[in-house]
Design a binder for this molecule. Structure first.
Ligand code: F6P
Length: 324
């Protein structure tokens, strides 16, 4: 399996941090070491690549971080990498550090960056999907999604207690950028009265019908994805228009969803994908992302990865049933 050519792997985390990234770093370093490959961490994603911030990494140190959220390599969204000059500098730094393969852990923006980079850089790259949004094609789940949903559920459960005590309507906004995955999973998990996602226009009409007849005799929970076309504020004012008697509050869960210890699923996913990334490089694969589809490891070219992972028909159907 070992093609004997790779001696030094660079690894970095980029974009929004997500629980499970440290487990992926551990998986990468452990398997690389098993094959006698040196590993360097590139700090702060593409920013560190441009600035030449590389540090030696060993699995022994990373083993202590698997249970921790965030990323020990730090992360950033890099404007400079979007310019050709930035990418040229990054390529030079990889060459100067004798890096002959790279593992990149990040989301949509990270993979778009890699696609542009591959036009000028011939070093093989393998990606690992790391984002709480679950908005990447080529994997059923991204690293951090499960933990973020668990955090959202834990917090919405608490909101339900107070909503029911006061017979209030709560609009809870969850993250997800343009994707409704966090909203659907957390909304169904707390048995919300309505779930609004960017991928559906009908969900709002269902909510209006339901809230019209709401008699303020119980709590009423609406989970809204931040990417929904209306947003929490407008949803709140429309509800008030339809039923002026409601006592309504808005809670935005925000970055609390990004932090915290990774769930068991995210730890496992991180270790599986980190290991798979090194094995893919050893097999001579490049410019593709490792993922898990139907619980089997998979490899998907970056061109396909950047197409948004669509909320599937089954989930859309559930949304119709449980949102009414
Ligand atoms: O992509 C992850 C994510 O948390 C999104 O859900 C959210 O829209 C965005 O990042 C927030 O970005 P930032 O941390 O840069 O404010």
């Amino acid at each position: 399996m070992d093609n004997g050519k790779i001696k030094h792997i660079g690894v970095f985390t980029s974009g929004g941090d997500s629980p499970g990234m440290n487990a992926a770093l551990f998986g990468t370093a452990k398997v690389a070491e098993q094959h006698g490959i040196r590993v360097s961490g590139i700090l702060k994603g593409y920013e560190g690549m441009i600035d030449g911030h590389f540090i030696p990494l060993e699995s022994q140190q990373l083993q202590k971080t698997v249970h921790r959220g965030g990323t020990v390599l730090k992360t950033a969204r890099s404007e400079r990498f979007m310019a050709l000059e930035g990418r040229q500098l990054a390529f030079k730094n990889l060459q100067d550090n004798d890096i002959d393969a790279v593992v990149a852990i990040g989301g949509d923006g990270t993979f778009k960056g890699l696609l542009a980079f591959s036009e000028i850089c011939d070093i093989p790259f393998i990606g690992i999907p790391g984002t709480i949004d679950n908005d990447i094609s080529g994997t059923d789940y991204t690293l951090g999604f499960d933990s973020a949903v668990n955090t959202a559920i834990e917090n919405i459960d608490k909101i339900k207690d107070t909503a029911e005590s006061h017979n209030r309507v709560f609009i809870v906004e969850v993250m997800g950028r343009d994707s409704g995955y966090i909203a659907i999973h957390s909304g169904l998990g707390v048995a919300a009265d309505a779930i609004l996602i960017p991928e559906s226009g009908e969900d709002f009409l269902q909510l209006l019908k339901k809230v019209k007849d709401y008699k303020s005799e119980d709590g009423f929970i609406v989970v809204v994805s931040e990417g929904d076309e209306l947003g929490a504020g407008l949803v709140a004012s429309k509800i008030k228009e339809i039923n002026s008697k409601v006592d309504l509050r808005i809670t935005k869960l925000g970055h609390v969803q990004r932090g915290g210890n990774p769930s068991s699923l995210d730890r496992m996913l991180g270790i599986r994908l980190g290991s798979a990334a090194v094995r893919a490089l050893l097999l001579g694969r490049r410019n593709a992302m490792v993922g898990v589809l139907d619980n089997q490891l998979s490899l998907t070219p970056f061109e396909q990865v950047v197409k948004q992972h669509q909320v599937n028909d089954e989930l859309q159907e559930l949304l119709k049933i449980f949102g009414t």
